[in-house]
Design a protein around this ligand. Structure first.
Ligand SMILES: Nc1ncnc2c1ncn2[C@@H]1O[C@H](COP(=O)(O)OP(=O)(O)OP(=O)(O)O)[C@@H](O)[C@H]1O
Ligand SMILES: [Mg+2]
Length: 478
């Protein structure tokens, strides 16, 4: 339904997040965060998830995760080696198949070796789930990916997640304004030299989804505006936006002013800083230190008492690719290691996780346990599944201890923002905290220790960035 209160050159802000996406509209008489996922607990957040099925169906948001779990876990994964019948002229990291000689005239005579490439494919997979795509935007190696034989570019995948956002704007305003402000982290995860490339890809994805002109704005700066426009006096504000993929910080100064426009015009960004450490990194730490030991990560095997290969567990962290572990060779190797190792039950559990594709379930349980610890002082991380029985108690103190490295990185990022602004913590009037990971008690404690609890303000963890972007779009563009 059209919302008349939003008429009069409405500004639109889109926050494409690593974990959640949200959109807000600032009109003459109202400011609204739009509902974009009716299936999510909070309909104003669309989980940044895409599920693509063999038959071409696409699902985004909460339903994408539900469908993936329903259709993909508990299913025995069967891998098959398939010849792709293509001559590869250069081989990086792999054995050249000397028996295979290229047929004459088929390839450049300069090429001395040919290989017949084969790939591992999962024959029965009903669909693929994509998550945290924002994290891969700067990855130049991720150009396209084949989904059931059909290549999709990164920009297309992201655009599918942005489509329901564009539709919600159209339903509310009748049309999408010519210029929309998108948020961006201070630094996209990955190589900082590829930062512009990541932003360009996000802009292309937005255009594919039906947006015209896209202007980018730092996410923490947007979160700062959202709060700053509610004040009148001179302020120096630090914002810590700690989400799923990145921790983003900014320091801003505002002159005293009584209306929004002059308040924004009298503002200055003193510094920004960012690091790719947030909720996803915390979840991985829980898996590494709490769950993997139950899957034999600390076991030793064979007569030489060799440690289990760390690379195997690192592969498990990437649950989208963990199915590549599901080969007869790997399972045979694990079965042999099980016989000679000191923790056979751990290796048995690991084989079940691999065979039944439980990587995503594990990652989700780790995330849920983390979230429960924001409300309760202790919890049990559980994964009970046909022969797998993982139950690990976790309390806040142990949790804070196991994420010490992540806490340190966040604190360094805060210090960097202060240094760049040339100020000390004592010279900051207010500290705003936002982003889902700002709900982690150990992170709040860190901020309270550094700045004092009385200067801290929690803004809406999942929508303050989109709201700030909409305010910027209304007052700073056009
Ligand atoms: N109650 C909670 N306690 C702890 N962590 C939480 C809670 N709720 C959500 N999170 C975590 O917050 C993160 C998502 O936060 P948010 O939606 O702000 O990120 P995002 O904006 O998508 O990511 P980014 O800004 O890094 O691109 C996830 O890692 C999630 O597990
Ligand atoms: Mg965010």
């Amino acid at each position: 339904m059209r919302d008349e209160l939003l008429s009069g050159y409405p500004g639109v802000g889109v926050d494409f997040g690593t974990t959640n996406t949200s959109v807000a509209v600032a009109g003459e008489h109202a400011l609204r965060v739009l509902e974009i996922d009716p299936h999510n607990d909070a309909p104003t957040s669309l989980p940044s998830l895409l599920y693509m099925e063999r038959n071409g169906n696409r699902t985004v948001g909460r339903q994408a995760a539900d469908l993936y779990i329903q259709r993909n876990t508990g299913r025995q994964v069967r891998m098959r080696r398939v010849r792709i019948n293509r001559l590869i002229e250069r081989v990086e990291g792999g054995e050249i198949d000397k028996e295979f000689m290229p047929r004459e005239g088929l390839i450049d005579p300069e090429v001395r070796y040919g290989v017949q490439a084969s790939v591992l494919v999962e024959k029965q997979s009903p669909g693929r789930l994509f998550h945290s795509l924002k994290t891969n935007l700067s990855d130049r190696n991720f150009v396209n990916t084949k989904v059931f034989g059909q290549p999709y570019q990164m920009e297309e995948l992201v655009s599918y997640i942005l489509e329901p956002v564009r539709r919600a704007i159209e339903n509310t305003l009748g049309a999408v304004p010519d210029t929309v402000i998108f948020g961006r982290p201070v630094v996209f995860p990955g190589d900082p030299r590829d930062d512009d490339f990541a932003q360009d890809r996000l802009a292309t994805a937005a255009r594919l989804a039906g947006f015209k002109e896209v202007v980018f704005f730092y996410e923490p700066v947007a979160a700062c505006l959202e709060y700053a426009v509610t004040l009148r006096d001179r302020q120096r504000i630090l914002v810590a936006d700690i989400g799923g993929g990145t921790c983003d910080v900014c320091v801003m100064e505002f002159e005293a002013a009584s209306d929004v426009r002059s308040r924004l015009q009298g503002s200055r960004i003193l510094s920004v800083a960012g690091v790719a450490v947030a909720g996803n990194a915390i979840d991985r730490e829980i898996l590494r230190t709490v769950v993997f030991p139950r899957l034999g990560s600390r076991a030793v095997y064979g007569p030489s008492r060799l440690p289990m290969p760390a690379s195997l567990y690192e592969n498990l962290l990437d649950w989208q690719r963990m199915y590549t572990l599901n080969t007869e060779e790997m399972l045979h190797w694990l079965a042999a290691a099980e016989v000679s190792c000191d923790q056979p039950e751990g290796l048995r559990a690991l084989q079940r996780v691999i065979r039944f594709n439980l990587g995503y379930r594990l990652a989700r349980e780790a995330e849920l346990a983390k979230k429960r610890l924001s409300a309760d002082s202790e919890t049990v991380l559980e994964l009970i599944f046909d022969g797998l029985n993982i139950k690990e108690p976790l309390d806040r103190q142990k949790f804070a201890h196991l994420i010490e490295e992540e806490l340190e990185s966040i604190e360094e990022c805060l210090a960097e923002a202060e240094d760049r602004a040339g100020i000390t913590p004592a010279q900051i009037d207010q500290v705003l905290i936002t982003g889902g990971s700002s709900l982690v008690p150990a992170i709040r404690d860190l901020l309270a220790r550094r700045y004092g609890a009385n200067r801290m303000h929690s803004r809406h963890a999942f929508t303050s960035v989109a709201t700030g972007l909409a305010i910027a779009a209304r007052f700073l563009t056009g």
